[in-house]
Design a protein around this ligand. Structure first.
Ligand code: FMN
Length: 179
């Protein structure tokens, strides 16, 4: 089973990037998780460009999504929404349809008390309209600066929650394969 994960933050010390990197080591046996870290290289979405020839970087991103059985997204919250880079990346995928029926989980990590829950609702709505199978197990991580250290989630309870999200993704893939 193959998962693809990406963070909506380009910041070197990003809490959200730490979440997807931690998810890599929490995967159950028989599952691999690739962290896609080139969101910042995707050009701004332009429908004119897409309709003629999507750029190579976009085609590569779409191919990785298509090859994945499930997707994990960790998003920052900026001004109660998601980041421009994440929204931009999702715009490139609307036309390709690579997320249609794809089990997808959303995590948000924020130093705030709310854990980025508004960005989470926002990303979920976008994914749903794109036809992704958005899991209810998605997770907001509040007070993330005390739960994430040196690029890894360190808080035991959050690690448990993240493991549950990954297991839910694996279950959703299995259900889909058996249907
Ligand atoms: C421009 C900007 C807007 C922000 N807006 C919010 C917000 O609306 N809600 C929130 O919880 N945190 C907000 N934050 C704080 C971010 O959650 C925090 O910087 C977080 O660490 C960003 O994610 P990252 O660590 O993955 O880069 C904002 C930060 C910036 C720079």
């Amino acid at each position: 089973m193959k998962f693809l994960a990406f963070s909506g933050s380009l910041r070197k010390a990003s809490l959200n990037t730490a979440v997807v990197r931690t998810a890599q080591r929490l995967c159950p046996p028989g599952t691999t998780l690739e962290v896609y870290d080139r969101l910042g290289l995707l050009p701004y979405f332009n429908q004119d460009v897409e309709s003629v020839q999507p750029p190579a970087e976009v085609l590569d991103f779409r191919a990785r999504l298509a090859a994945a059985d499930a997707v994990l997204i960790s998003s920052p919250e900026y001004a109660h929404g998601t980041s421009g880079v994440l929204k931009n990346a999702l715009e490139w995928v609307v036309g390709g349809g690579e997320l249609v029926d794809k089990p997808t989980a959303v995590v948000t990590a924020s130093p705030s008390m709310t854990g980025g829950d508004r960005a989470q609702a926002w990303v979920k709505e976008t994914l749903e309209v794109m036809g992704a199978r958005v899991l209810p197990e998605s997770l907001p991580i509040a007070l993330a600066t005390v739960k994430i250290r040196d690029g890894q989630v360190t808080d035991e309870s959050t690690l448990g929650d993240l493991r549950e999200v990954i297991e839910a993704l694996a279950r959703a893939v299995k259900e889909q394969q058996q249907a």
